[in-house]
Structure formats: C-alpha cells, structure tokens
Write a protein that binds this ligand. Structure first.
Ligand code: ARG
Length: 472
C-alpha cells in the first residue's frame, strides 16, 4: 500500500508503450497498487515465455512477421529467461504484470521486433494460456507426488498385511482389521485423486491462445500450430469461452481440495495413533517436535499441519468460485484474483504430499499394542453372531440378540468373549458347542474375512502386490 495514495508513479509504466496514445497521465499510486499482479504472477514467467516463443514461431510461419524478427524475439526471450533464472531481471510493479514485464524488457533489448510480438494476441488469451500451462505443470508434479505416497503406503501395507489392529466405526472399536488393510484404503482414495487430476488435465488441455482480446483476429494465425507446439490436444473452439473461462482452475482446485481432505484424514489418524493413550504408532524425531517447556513431549506437528491444509486449499476453491460466479462474459479483471489462491493451494498440497510420504515411510506400528487393542472391546462379537447363523441356522437378527446378551455377560464378569466358559455361554444359548471358540480370536476373525476387498491378510497381500506392480 503506497503511503501517499494521491501520488502519481512514473508515467513510463505500460502506458509508455501501450495505451499512452490515449492516456496523457500515469495511474494514481492507489490504482497501481490495486492493479499490479507482478508480485504473484511472476511465478508464471516460464509459461509466459514458452507461450510467446510458440506465438512468435507461428507468426513467422504464416508470414505475419519476418524470420529475422522471429529470430530476434526468440533470442531476446531466451536471454530474458536467463536473466530471470539468474536473478538479475528487474521486476517492475509499474509494469503491472508478468506479460508487460517480459514484453517491455524484450522491446528494451531488441527494439522494433519486440513490438511486433503482440500481433494477433491480447493479454486476455495470454493470461488464460499462462494459467493453463501453470496448472498443467503443477498437476503433473502433484500426480507424481500422489503416486509416490501410494508407493510408500503399498510398501508398508505389504510389510503389515497380517499385522492386526482394531478397525473403527464412530471411532469405537468395531472389528479387527489389519494395519496393511487400513493403509490400502488410502491407496484406493489416492488413486481416485489421481483419476480426478487426470480428468481435469484432459479437459484443460486445449489452447486458448489466438482468441486474442475476445473475438479472435483478422490475422491469418494458425491456432492449431501453437496448440500443438505447446502440447495441447487442440485449440479451444470459441474465442469468448477461451478468454472468459476458469473452470479448469476450479476443477483443479476441487481435485486438490479432495486430495487434501484424504491426506487430512490420514494425518488425523496419525495424530490419534501416536497419542500415548493409543500408542499404535511411533514417529521418529524426523517428523515430530519437542516442547519448549514440557520435556516429555513429542508432538506430531507435521501430521497436524497436513490435517489443517484443507483449510486454505478448500478456501482457494471457494474463493475462486465466488470470484467467477455472476461474472459476465468475457474477461473481467476480477479474474486476476484467480492466481494467489491457486498457487498457494498447489504449493501447499505439494508440501502436504511430501510430508505424508515422509511420515508413511517413517512411522513404526507398535505391533504388540495393536494386537492387544484389536482384541479389546469384544471386537469378535460379529464373528460369534456369524457362527450362530452358520452353525445353528439362527436368523441373523436373533444371533445378534443372543450375542448381545453374551457380550453383556462377559462385560459383567470382566472377561472377553473367549473368557466365558461353555457353560456360561449355554446359559444364554443352549445349542452352542465348543466349536465357537475357533472364531473368537482376532487372528481367526481377520483370516475369515476373505470376501472380495475384505480384511483377510492373504487378500491384503495380494492387493498390495497388485498395486506395487501397477505403480511400478
Ligand atoms: N494481469 C492480468 C490477469 O492476471 C492479465 C490480463 C489483463 N488483461 C486486461 N485486459 N487487462 O488477469
């Protein structure tokens, strides 16, 4: 925020070489402050230069500019890329955005040829292109990272396909499962996240370049050529849509928000599991911090931060939905507000994915404690009810009732189900035989759950092997 909002910055901003024909004065300081996006859209410099190189090559190909001009533009843009890479490029707020910053520097370096680059193009299609390219690059990076988390989970799941632990509903002990099966649930969620990213990529992979300001251009440009050069499947079919639409960004943010939500659920489980009252899992010093005052503490900060990330990522989605709603066609400067949330969401999801991969590889399940907890809370009660159905042909609802009475009895006597004698069981259901004790152990319970997608260690090991193969 400038101190003196009535002050006029230099009149040599973009007006000097763009709209100066119409405008006698420069903008007010406050106009510059609200208008400038260079502080954040400089992140798209690579995409901006990539787009300009493709545009210039196409203009020369169709004869709108000369080969010499194109060569000068190419050398100039490559030199600018080197300046930015080397940290010597002067980003100027009075030049508003990344597009003007690069173009002004190009003109400064190569003169008239630089002034020809913007033929048949507008900042409207240029920014639509840059954001698409940025999202596409980010999306590819995130997809690789999700695959990495999946690989980490699959490896741990294979290792712990038979490590029993309690399965929960309502965060209450429900039925025994295995640590491997639990981790593999996240592999499935993350694979759908990859599917959403892939769908988003397919739809966004059309080029807006050449839509110009909004209506296309009379120059004989070749939009198919630039689309192909930039790795797009085809040019977008409607010029108004090309400059007005940001649904690709919304879709990307939605996919990011869902993925972040999955990571958040896992992170919350890590927080619970590492709590000493649970003691299911240990994290090393690499992913925990101590307390400045309480010497005994080990805090799962990385997990807590991953748990929190959907706040800003879903926030970016809601933010951009709100910017876009009710916006009349075509481009509106409102759309400049698409970027900060978008960049922040992608960068924070990348961090969350890296932290999750790290924690998955780092964590050590406490096998004995997990086994002890897996048997607590009458966790094999469903197995007992199923036995009554199978062996005594009892209708399930009746079996459920009889088992409930057995659980109440065991609870009253302070034993688990296997601790009841056959006599005590028969007092509730006279037809029960010794065979029932075969299904009351945790190991028998998990082994029996062989239905497709079920918890049986053999199932889990096979599923983990299948995924390991698929992920390569
Ligand atoms: N900085 C602008 C944005 O991010 C670039 C496009 C500006 N176009 C315009 N006609 N003012 O949206």
């Amino acid at each position: 925020m400038p101190d003196d909002v009535t002050a006029r910055p230099s009149a040599e901003g973009p007006a000097a070489y763009t709209w100066g024909g119409r405008f006698a004065d420069g903008p007010s300081a406050i106009m510059q402050a609200i208008n400038a996006s260079i502080g954040f859209d400089r992140k798209m410099w690579r995409q901006d230069i990539r787009g300009s190189l493709a545009h210039a090559a196409m203009l020369a190909h169709v004869g709108v500019i000369s080969r010499e001009d194109e060569a000068a533009i190419r050398d100039g843009l490559n030199a600018i890329a080197a300046e930015i890479e080397g940290g010597t490029f002067q980003f100027r707020e009075d030049l508003e955005d990344i597009h003007f910053n690069v173009e002004a520097r190009l003109i400064e370096r190569i003169g008239d040829a630089g002034k020809r680059l913007h033929t048949g193009r507008s900042r409207n299609d240029q920014v639509a292109l840059d954001v698409r390219l940025w999202v596409r690059d980010a999306l590819d990076g995130l997809d690789a990272q999700v695959a990495d988390v999946m690989r980490a989970l699959v490896a741990r799941a294979a290792e712990h396909a038979g490590t029993v632990m309690p399965g929960f509903t309502h965060l209450q002990p429900a039925q025994p499962t295995t640590f491997g099966h639990h981790l593999m649930a996240y592999v499935e969620m993350l694979s759908r996240d990859r599917g959403r990213l892939a769908d988003c990529r397919t739809r966004l992979n059309e080029s807006p370049l050449g839509a110009a300001a909004l209506c296309g251009t009379g120059f004989p440009i070749d939009r198919h050529m630039t689309a192909e050069a930039l790795g797009f499947d085809r040019p977008m079919r409607n010029s108004l849509d090309a400059v007005a639409s940001r649904d690709f960004a919304l879709e990307f943010l939605a996919a990011c928000a869902i993925c972040a939500t999955h990571l958040s659920r896992f992170a919350e489980e890590v927080v619970i599991w590492t709590n000493p009252y649970f003691g299911f899992v240990k994290l090393s010093d690499a992913f925990t911090t101590g307390s400045s005052i309480m010497p005994q503490k080990r805090n799962p900060d990385a997990a807590e931060l991953v748990r929190a990330k959907p706040g800003r990522i879903a926030g970016a989605l809601v933010g951009l939905l709100t910017v876009m709603k009710g916006l009349p066609l075509t481009y509106g400067k409102d759309m400049q507000e698409d970027k900060e949330g978008l960049f922040d969401a992608a960068e924070n999801l990348a961090l969350a994915l890296a932290a999750t991969a790290g924690m998955v590889r780092d964590m050590q399940p406490v096998v004995g404690r997990l086994a002890e907890a897996a048997g607590a809370g009458f966790s094999t009660a469903t197995d007992l009810a199923d036995w009554l159905v199978r062996e005594l042909k009892m209708p399930f609802r009746e079996a459920h009732h009889a088992t409930g009475r057995l659980v109440a009895k065991a609870e009253e006597m302070g034993v688990d189900l296997a601790g009841l004698t056959i006599g005590e069981m028969r007092a509730v259901e006279p037809r029960i035989t010794d065979g029932v004790f075969g299904v009351l152990s945790v190991a028998a319970s998990v082994r029996s759950r062989t239905s497709y997608g079920g918890t049986a260690p053999a199932n889990v090991a096979a599923m983990a092997a299948e995924w390991a193969e698929r992920l390569g």
